[in-house]
Design a protein around this ligand. Structure first.
Ligand code: FES
Length: 501
């Protein structure tokens, strides 16, 4: 069957095999589709509009679209199984084919031969491959790209489900495709001379347990089902296209190499104990260290913090509402990334909007939306379901923090927030909505995963062994969902604090 696809200024003429969904076909063609729920028909992000031909209406379509949208051809591509030739428009396609964003920190022409090293922060959403000075660890140039696994699902659970259905190979290939594009852009930054600047052909990678397992071809059998354990927590080394890839060790469960890197970064800066490290994301990872015992755990928050499963949610890209204030008199004042026309709301904007909406009485403390919607612009609004989705993510994270403080038996001096996402949050809003405790100081420490993997790359093996053995001997896993008071706390934390402002 012939399939013509129109998306963001590009038109593709493709041959469509029978028996698979439109989403599966687009993924097989490496056409990026936002499939936040991994094809379950619940997130509505994979919507497409039939322009010519016929697609039957599925049960999930009826829930996702109203009558007039269905009549104009809107369908969910994950539910669509075309039986005739078709032309369709795909608005939600994320242009993952775009070149990476390259940031140069120095005049690269002055880099001495055999002086640099390669490191990577392999996030579920964003990937950074960087060239650093091999001795000082100073960043020379970074290449940022969205993880090419995104079309397989917004978070690690949906990607694991995809791997269980279709095998891990497509997900592993997506990671290598991401690396290849980033490395090419870095080579271009060195005018084709990257290889001669490198001390060796090693690429040190810090990634969560799922990313590391896919990358190192570890079995995901036990990671995909409770109690969610990776096949190995050791450092992995393997060859790939002339590089030796070295992955950071994992702590266990979903607490992976990125958290190992974060701990290494805090130990290196001799952060006064007791401290807590929190990496807020689709899967929030938490470590609490009192100098003797290192408790660690993770909380599946889902994609709401990244705008996933939110009607007008989007990633922190041009046009995303990133800041907001509200007053009864003047209504909403919104700031968008790049001062562009508002296209949606990203995670930091969402926190501002909710903090302001609760303070302004637009939403009640228990998350009830009296008007049914929080309208920010003519086209962009939050629904009651969106607020609920956010409450679930917020409560999962806050409950995890509270339980970790409780089980560790000591309140941290400071909560260190890892990750670039946390760097863009207004901590006042974050506290106002109750995501973080009000009475504990917090500090955003930027991309601790990258800082830690840089330490790994430039430190002698003995130093790394010391950190690893310190973590190994002190670490204690906390299974949050098995704690007696988890459910009570979770329900309590769904509410927004009384004094949100
Ligand atoms: S609704 Fe199709 S991927 Fe989520």
């Amino acid at each position: 069957m012939k399939f013509t696809l129109r998306t963001r200024g590009e038109t593709f003429d493709l041959m469509f095999p029978s028996g698979i969904s439109l989403l599966e076909f687009l993924q097989s063609q490496e056409i990026p589709v936002n499939a936040a729920c991994g094809g379950k028909g619940t997130c509505t992000k994979c919507r497409c509009k039939v322009e010519k031909g016929f697609l039957p209406i599925s049960v999930a379509d009826r829930k996702a679209f109203n009558e007039s949208e269905l009549a104009s051809g809107w369908r969910l591509s994950c539910q669509a199984r075309p039986r005739t030739s078709l032309s369709a428009f795909l608005p939600g396609s994320e242009n993952l084919r775009l070149k990476p964003r390259v940031v140069e920190f120095t005049d690269l022409s002055t880099t001495a031969p055999k002086s640099a090293r390669l490191v990577c922060d392999l996030g579920s959403t964003g990937v950074v491959v960087a060239v650093i000075d091999g001795t000082s660890g100073k960043l020379l140039v970074e290449s940022h790209l969205l993880n090419k696994q995104i079309p397989f699902g917004a978070d690690v659970m949906t990607r694991l489900e995809s791997a269980q259905r279709k095998g891990t190979e497509p997900l592993r290939k997506a990671l290598f495709d991401t690396f290849r594009i980033c490395l090419k852009s870095l080579d271009e930054a060195f005018k084709g001379g990257l290889a001669e600047k490198l001390v060796d052909r090693k690429l040190y990678v810090s990634g969560n347990s799922v990313m590391t397992s896919f990358l190192a071809a570890l079995s995901i059998e036990e990671l995909a089902v409770a109690p969610f354990q990776p096949a190995s927590t050791d450092e992995n080394r393997f060859e790939w296209e002339g590089y030796e890839i070295v992955t950071l060790p994992l702590l266990g469960g979903f607490v992976g190499g990125d958290t190992f890197a974060g701990i290494a970064a805090l130990l290196d800066r001799q952060a006064p104990t007791p401290w807590m490290l929190v990496d807020i994301g689709t899967n929030t990872e938490i470590v609490s260290f009192d100098g003797e015992k290192m408790f660690f755990s993770s909380a599946p928050a889902g994609p709401a913090f990244e705008g996933g499963n939110i009607t007008h949610g989007m990633r922190a890209e041009m046009g995303a509402i990133s800041q907001a204030t509200y007053s009864r008199e003047s209504g909403w004042k919104l700031t968008t990334i790049g001062d562009d026309v508002a296209k949606g709301i990203c995670g930091s904007g969402l926190m501002d909007v909710l903090a302001q909406a609760v303070a302004g009485g637009v939403i009640t403390e228990d998350g009830y939306v009296p008007d049914g919607q929080v309208r920010l612009t003519e086209d962009i609004f939050l629904t009651a379901d969106d607020v609920r989705e956010f409450q679930l993510a917020k409560s999962a994270t806050r409950t995890a923090i509270d339980l970790m403080i409780d089980r560790a038996g000591v309140s941290p001096n400071k909560i260190y927030l890892a990750g670039t996402f946390a760097q863009h949050l207004d901590l006042k809003s974050v506290r106002a909505i109750g995501l973080l405790p009000n009475d504990i100081e917090s500090e955003a420490i930027g991309n601790a995963s990258l800082t830690g993997v840089i330490l790994r790359a430039i430190s002698p093996e003995s130093e790394i062994e010391k950190v690893k053995s310190e973590i190994d001997t002190k670490k204690i896993a906390i299974e949050l969902a098995l704690q007696d008071d988890f459910q009570d706390r979770f329900v309590r934390n769904l509410n927004f604090p009384k004094d949100a402002s």
